[in-house]
Structure formats: structure tokens, C-alpha cells
Design a protein around this ligand. Structure first.
Ligand code: ZN
Length: 233
């Protein structure tokens, strides 16, 4: 059996997690490290457009159109994917260290402004079956503008002063980031039902395994059971 790796960049058909609370944080989590296993959800241009459609950034028609163009212009599509991952790296640095490190904010800002600076195109509001939606048609490069909604979401977080509330999950082997909207900023896990419960179970196990003298006092344990525990077991 191969040794377990935390950096297995494998294609995965499962959906990328949506627990960041903001589009840009969900995008960072598309490079998903969870339970010590890393899954890259943007394996090729098609999965990148699927991700955008799933996040509501592209409608199905536009996603299909882009995939057709990607077949005609594979080099351009590949370059767009590489660019998306580059921006994602900068946004992860912003999510993980932006609250405390000016350098992390500056680096992300440069990437955000690089994308915003090239976003020439046409904005509009369009009526659809589910209501109104904003639309952006990039001018020039057909693949341009794909990152725009994402970097605007990150820019909005900077403007709104939200970065201080962005956290990385404290779960072991989990790198998911999220916006902590609790009043006292006490959220510690990407999901309570997942990393939260695992941490709780681990705490419980370590209490059971620790020597009796180091355990927290517990009320009236039957004598025979207490004696049968050997020190250090
Ligand atoms: Zn987690």
C-alpha cells in the first residue's frame, strides 16, 4: 500500500466544498485539503467551468459555450486555468495570513488588481427564470473575465474589513477556510458535524487513555474499574 500523502492532487468528481461563506473563500477551498488528503477540484478547464457554473458565476449555456471554445483554443484554455490557480494561491495566502501580515495582503492585492485591471467587457443585468442576475461579457480574450466575480468578492472582503474574520479550520489535516460570522468569533471548524465532531472524539479518546492522575476529575467512578486501569495505559 502506498504511504498516505497529504498532497495527492487527484481528479475528483465530488463537488467542491461550499462552506466558506463567500465566493472567494469557496474558490480557495476548491484546492481542498481535508482529513489529511488533498483534492484538486480544478483539474482541467472543464472542471473549472463546472465549478464556476456550480457557484452560480456562469449559467449553463455560457459554461457550455466556453467548453466548446476551449476545444478550439486548448492553449488559451490551459493558460486561463493556470492563471486561475495562481490567483487562488494568492487568495489562500490572503485568507490564511491576511489578517496579521501586511505582506500577505499586498501580494493578494497585486493579484486582485491585475485581474480587475484587465477586465474590459460589458456588464449588464439580465432577467432569467430565477430572477435577475448580473452578467459580464469579457471583451477580447474569450477566457478573460472568468475570475472577475471571484476577485471582486475578495476585494469586497478587504473593503468591508472582513479579513479579520477569515479563519482556517483547526481540524487536523484540514486547510479549509471560512468566514466566521459568529458574534464572539468563536467558530473553530469548517463544519461542526465534520472536523468539530472529530476533534471532540479525539479529546474524548485522549482523556480515556491518559493516566488516572492526569485526568480531569470525574464524578464517582466504580472502584473496580478505576483500579483495573494501569498507569500509562
Ligand atoms: Zn475542517
Amino acid at each position: 500500500m502506498p504511504a498516505p500523502s497529504t498532497r495527492t492532487a487527484l481528479a475528483d468528481s465530488s463537488r467542491a466544498p461550499r462552506l466558506g461563506g463567500r465566493l472567494w473563500l469557496d474558490f480557495v477551498n476548491s484546492d481542498d485539503e481535508h482529513r489529511g488528503r488533498r483534492v484538486e477540484h480544478l483539474t482541467d478547464f472543464a472542471t473549472w467551468t463546472h465549478w464556476l457554473a456550480d457557484a452560480g458565476v456562469l449559467d449553463a449555456e455560457r459554461a457550455a459555450q466556453l467548453e466548446r471554445r476551449a476545444l478550439e483554443q486548448p492553449m488559451g484554455a490551459q493558460a486561463a486555468l493556470v492563471d486561475a490557480r495562481r490567483v487562488r494561491n494568492a487568495l489562500r495566502t490572503l485568507a490564511e495570513r491576511g489578517a496579521t501580515q501586511e505582506r500577505a495582503r499586498d501580494g493578494a492585492l497585486a493579484e486582485i488588481n491585475r485581474v480587475l485591471g484587465r477586465s474590459a467587457g460589458t456588464r449588464s443585468v439580465e432577467a432569467g427564470p430565477a430572477g435577475f442576475a448580473r452578467s459580464f461579457r469579457a471583451g477580447g480574450d474569450v477566457f478573460g473575465g472568468l475570475l472577475l466575480a471571484i476577485v471582486e468578492s475578495a476585494a469586497e472582503a478587504l473593503v468591508a474589513g472582513e479579513i479579520a474574520r477569515v479563519k482556517r479550520c483547526q481540524g487536523q489535516g484540514c486547510a479549509r477556510v471560512y468566514l466566521d460570522l459568529t458574534r464572539n468569533r468563536s467558530r473553530r471548524w469548517c463544519a461542526m458535524a465534520d472536523c468539530g465532531n472529530r476533534a471532540k472524539a479525539a479529546r474524548h479518546r485522549s482523556r480515556r487513555q491518559s493516566p488516572p492522575g492526569t485526568r480531569e476529575p470525574t464524578p464517582l467512578r466504580p472502584r473496580s474499574r478505576a483500579r483495573s486501569r494501569r498507569r500509562g495505559s
